[in-house]
Write a protein that binds this ligand. Sequence first.
Ligand SMILES: C[S@@+](CC[C@H](N)C(=O)[O-])C[C@H]1O[C@@H](n2cnc3c(N)ncnc32)[C@H](O)[C@@H]1O
Length: 248
Amino acid sequence: MNPLPRIVGAETLDGLAEDDPAAMRSRRDLQRVHRVMGTRSILLGSLREWSLPRAQSDVLRVLELGAGDGTLMLRVARSLAPAWPRVELTLLDRQALVRPQTLRQYAGLGWTARALRMDVLDWAAEPDPPPGPRDSGPRWDVIVANLFLHHFQGAQLNDLLRAVAARCTHFLACEPRRARVALIGSHLIGALGANAVTREDAVLSVHAGFQRRELGALWPGRDEAWTLREGPAGLFSHCFSAVRAQGA
Ligand SMILES: C[S@@+](CC[C@H](N)C(=O)[O-])C[C@H]1O[C@@H](n2cnc3c(N)ncnc32)[C@H](O)[C@@H]1O
């Protein structure tokens, strides 16, 4: 069977205002979709494999790109907080979607969370910040992207990955898996009660998703400086992680 070509199409949700009822409903659908995809467990499994934090007193600086309303990471944080007790979390998205209540829920876990409204391409185009205060290492300990990289292709995706590689020691992306099983799943998403926006975007997302070693092939870091892992996760996801070697 021929592999599915990668096709990046404009998703309906990205063109809707934050307070558009169809967009609000679609974001609620997404929380249900994550439960079916097992996203929380997939992210947790990867994050727990990393030997972080280094000491109880260290604050971990975590950035999520395209964080949406921040609720997926909150579900991850609830399980991760005992192992990662001190986290400064930045939730970047070009829409202002994070509710004050969500930030308070992070605070209840001991995490300091803030929402940063910004286009990620502007973030990537900024000059690389000077090294963080702790040592001469990069600005972020961890950058996470979930259902996000698939929005980009070509020079934009290259620029984004270059900025990520320059600014963190650990990177994890969990994206739609571009495979027939995921495509069938995306066509059945109406069974979850998803609205028309979610149903359409789910199919587009799979076509724009990743497979094989596609993200690793674009990763700009030198081979010896990074440990890369990439492959299917669950039925519907495709994960990529990059861990910088000590001192690299
Ligand atoms: C499919 S949602 C995923 C949200 C969240 N990561 C999750 O998995 O629940 C994609 C998110 O990316 C954001 N987004 C799309 N293009 C963006 C850009 N150029 N810069 C920043 N955020 C962007 C959208 O606003 C949306 O919240």
